[in-house]
Design a protein around this ligand. Structure first.
Ligand SMILES: [Mg+2]
Length: 384
């Protein structure tokens, strides 16, 4: 028997453009288009709601977008920043449920016990608004199809439920194009059969649909009735977390290597703690100027999740295996992952307590401002 769950589709509104408007307040209220160059064959990746009023939409050639909205601010986009913010959003999701299927950088399905979904959706919406100052739309139902359609109806910045008992009043009046599997070509074919709304499709005899929809007929006819058996597919279990840096030039300076190791440890440590994981094995990856690459690991007695434990081990591995300079690449991997924070039988010493506080502060900064501010803080500290 299938366990009934509530399913949420959470979709950030105009994600890339919203991140730009949030990071640069002078862009707020202005039409912002993130995308390729208007000189070449660039297309619109995302545009703010202010730009949408002019008819601009995703995948439109940049040239056309600019002719519709000449006053738009064009931004080439900062993928690493968007990825970082998406990670912060996922971290918030993971505080509500472990059942998460990532659809794309700005979209994810979340599952909850039956009856809990709507409340969770409202809490997640407000949490993301308050902590990240981003707007998100949330669709709530008991399957993926209805959650997705509820989310479309919720856009922008709202939470909406669409339950099976309201399929006839809310889903049926919509165009068949809202259903997955019906693109422009199939849509056109169905239109020629007089099928325009979801209600038309639901009422159409299934046997007669086979010619147009082929082997999908059964599935799509089910969609028209609000039926969808697709399960949430949670992300693959993470086996290891790693970060590495390739140098633009051969590097001879060991102090710089130590600074980079510290930076990499902080990155890996942050990701471990965000996922509430600890790791038992620390592995150092090192590439020399002749491109030969070695990996050397050490397994700890107590699983680690602190920057300093990771850094200490990585540094030790480096001193032991550094070989002859120059180096071309250095990386740190943490594996042997376990769920749950560090449990120590010893009472925390003062210095451990201090580091814990420092780490908490750093994580909060990281979540709020991203990597840059911490790097700057460290650089400043080095300079004084
Ligand atoms: Mg979106």
């Amino acid at each position: 028997m299938k366990i009934i769950k509530d399913i949420l589709l959470c979709d950030l509104d105009a994600f890339f453009a919203s991140v730009e408007q949030r990071d640069r307040p002078e862009l707020q209220g202005k039409p912002v288009i993130v995308g390729g160059s208007p000189d070449g064959r660039g297309v619109v990746s995302t545009c703010s709601y202010e730009a949408r009023k002019f008819g601009v939409h995703s995948a439109m050639p940049m040239k056309k977008a600019l002719s519709l909205c000449p006053g738009a601010v064009i931004i080439r986009g900062r993928m690493s920043r968007y990825k970082e913010v998406a990670g912060q959003v996922r971290h918030i999701f993971s505080q509500y449920t472990p059942d998460i299927e990532i659809v794309s950088i700005d979209e994810a399905y979340l599952a909850f016990p039956a009856g809990k979904g709507l409340k969770a959706g409202l809490m997640i919406h407000d949490h993301i608004k308050e902590e990240l100052k981003l707007s998100i739309s949330v669709g709530v139902s008991t399957n993926k199809l209805l959650a997705k359609i509820a989310c479309e109806l919720a856009k922008p910045d709202r939470v909406k439920a669409l339950w099976a008992e309201n399929v006839d009043s809310e889903l049926w009046p919509l165009s068949i194009r809202v259903l997955p599997g019906i693109g422009p070509v199939t849509g056109e074919k169905l239109n020629r059969l007089g099928i325009r709304t979801v209600k038309d499709l639901a009422a159409y005899p299934l046997e007669s649909l086979n010619r147009t929809l082929g082997s999908n007929a059964n599935l799509i006819h089910g969609y028209a009735h609000g039926i969808d058996d697709r399960n949430i597919e949670p992300e693959h279990v993470v086996k290891s977390i790693s970060e590495e840096t390739t140098f633009s030039d051969d590097l001879y300076d060991q102090d710089t290597i130590h600074a980079i190791l510290l930076e990499l440890s902080a990155g890996v440590g942050y990701r471990l703690r965000s996922a509430n994981l600890t790791g038992r094995t620390i592995t150092l990856k090192l590439r020399f100027s002749d491109f030969s690459t070695i990996t050397r690991g050490k397994t700890l007695t107590n699983p680690a999740d602190s920057d300093s434990d990771i850094y200490k081990t990585a540094q030790e591995l480096f001193s032991r295996h550094k070989g002859k300079p120059p180096w071309r690449l250095i990386g740190i991997q943490v594996s042997g992952l376990e769920q749950g924070g560090q449990l120590s039988l010893l009472s925390p010493t003062e210095s451990e307590e201090k580091e814990k506080k420092l780490t908490e502060i750093r994580d909060r900064l990281h979540q709020k401002y991203g990597n840059e501010v911490i790097f700057q803080a460290r650089r400043l500290k080095k300079e004084d």
